[in-house]
Design a binder for this molecule. Structure first.
Ligand code: ZN
Length: 501
């Protein structure tokens, strides 16, 4: 066996072990009784230690060196080169962070998340502040351990979620987006047009919602022979490995969009997962590119397909049949306007497709100075409110609806937020390319035909795994560098028509 083959075997075994944690983690969020928490934490902690051990073992390091010597390739896009590049990146990143720091981060983040939950409930930032200080300090230490070349410490944190992306690139993209998006939202608000979104808060029996969302997930191409849909308080998608991808959602009888668009979103993640090459499981060529690319797949199905006029031309009659008491007197046009309502609001996860990006810009603009130390954690609430007022024209009434709303920072996820808006940009650019390649997508959607788009995504984006980094993948698939412009064009076209701008 060559060293390269031995390396692949080693990576596969580690991934197999890691996928056992995914099963346990999924069960913890769905069916585990409360009494199982302590034992489950012990199981997960043991597995995490075993995975870390394997991922940082000297044996793995030697195999990577030997495989590199065996394969002196000059083509950066060649599958073998890509496999070695990503194996090396993961190994270097894991071994550069001292074990003491890994354990300290894990301990502090668990406690910090608990403190955050309490702080948000009481809307008391003071309760969370000492934990935020520790998390920022530890992540800064991590950035220094990982290194950031000629860049800034934030690069090292961003790199965990979006390999290869830098703060400078994100800043450039976000600045362009901000300069065009802020005036577009102002224009929409000035029209004074507000559809009657209370329609979406009427009664939508949960059993009917379940059938309707499941059917839509199946129609767009999620394969239920190789996956399931269950309920969880915080919806997510978890891929256990080939043939088994789990989606979760949550239902509210008086809020139709939550479960429906949530299911489409998670199904988009699931379709990516199901589209990975099963033979390459556990190796870079069978793994997703980055969180931003993952998010592009969920948002593409949720927003670009699921919130399109063509989609509802097909599905509104079915929705009326499924929910006669709530939709009998509603027109397709009104319903379409309701699911695309743009309205500044305090909470990110409830935001519409346009204002959502401003929530992300704000977080990105606070995270960077937090990491450099220019912004002290104690000044986060005032900095948050100032920026929020500047972007949204209103001030959060309390910190629970402001800087305490998200779990990310408490769990150490500094550098994570940008991947959401990058996901929107990737989605828009991919969707534009799909339109070029596949012709009239709207005509296809209005007939319920989603297979051409799904197959195109499988082939272009899912199947190559990590063969290309995100920015290269965008170039290969669309022929252009990543840009905020396709996203702006999508938003401007949609809302010009809807709001008569
Ligand atoms: Zn997502």
């Amino acid at each position: 066996m060559t060293s390269y083959e031995q390396l692949l075997n080693e990576l596969r075994s580690t991934a197999l072990l890691g996928s056992c944690s995914s099963v346990l983690g999924w069960d913890e969020q769905t069916y585990m009784p409360p009494g199982g928490a302590e034992h489950r934490a012990a199981q997960l902690s043991l597995l995490a230690g075993m995975v870390h051990e394997r991922a940082t073992s000297p044996l793995l390091g030697e195999l990577i060196v030997a495989a590199e010597q065996e394969n002196p390739s000059s083509d950066p896009d060649a599958p073998t080169t890509a496999t070695l590049r990503e194996a090396r990146r993961n190994y270097d990143r894991s071994t550069k962070i001292p074990r003491r720091l890994v354990e300290e981060l894990s301990r502090v983040c668990t406690l910090s998340q608990q403190a955050w939950g309490e702080a948000r409930k009481q809307s008391s930032f003071a309760h969370f502040l000492p934990w935020l200080e520790q998390v920022v300090a530890l992540r800064r230490e991590e950035a220094d351990a990982v290194g950031y070349g000629d860049g800034v410490p934030y690069d090292a944190l961003l790199d965990e979620f979006e390999p290869g992306m830098t703060a400078e690139e994100v800043s450039g993209l976000f600045a362009g987006l901000r300069d065009e998006l802020v005036p577009l939202i102002a224009e929409i608000v000035e029209t004074g047009r507000q559809p009657d979104i209370s329609i979406l808060e009427r009664r939508y029996p949960i059993e009917q919602q379940r059938k309707f969302s499941l059917d839509a997930a199946q129609q767009i191409g999620f394969d239920f022979n190789n996956g399931r849909l269950d309920e969880a308080p915080h919806p997510f998608c978890s891929g256990f490995g080939p043939g088994d991808t789990r989606l979760t959602t949550r239902y509210d009888e008086h809020h139709f969009p939550g479960a429906f668009f949530g299911t489409l979103h998670e199904a988009g993640h699931g379709i990516y997962d199901q589209g990975l090459d099963p033979a390459a499981f556990g190796t870079p060529l069978g793994s997703y590119v980055s969180l931003g690319i993952h998010e592009s797949q969920s948002r593409l199905w949720e927003n670009f397909v699921g919130r399109s006029r063509a989609f509802w031309r097909r599905y509104f009659p079915a929705a009326q049949q499924a929910f006669p008491e709530s939709l009998q007197d509603v027109t397709e046009e009104t319903f379409y306007a309701c699911v695309n309502d743009v309205r500044p609001s305090f909470i990110r996860v409830e935001a519409d497709e346009a204002t959502y990006n401003l929530h992300i810009l704000l977080r990105f603009e606070l995270e960077q100075p937090l990491v450099t130390g220019e912004l002290s954690p104690s000044d986060v609430p005032s900095a948050w409110n100032e920026k929020f007022t500047q972007y949204f024209g209103m001030t959060p009434p309390d910190d629970a609806q402001g800087c305490l709303q998200d779990i990310h920072w408490s769990g150490g996820g500094i550098g994570y937020f940008p991947t959401y808006s990058l996901g929107n940009m990737y989605a828009a650019q991919f969707f534009e390319a799909a339109r070029r390649d596949l012709g009239d997508l709207d005509a296809q959607f209005s007939k319920g035909e989603f297979a051409p788009l799904k197959n195109w995504l499988n082939e272009q984006i899912h199947r190559p795994g990590q063969r290309y980094r995100a920015n290269r993948l965008v170039q290969v698939v669309t022929g252009e560098e990543l840009s905020y412009q396709p996203l702006m064009k999508h938003l401007r076209d949609k809302y010009s028509e809807l709001y008569g701008l």
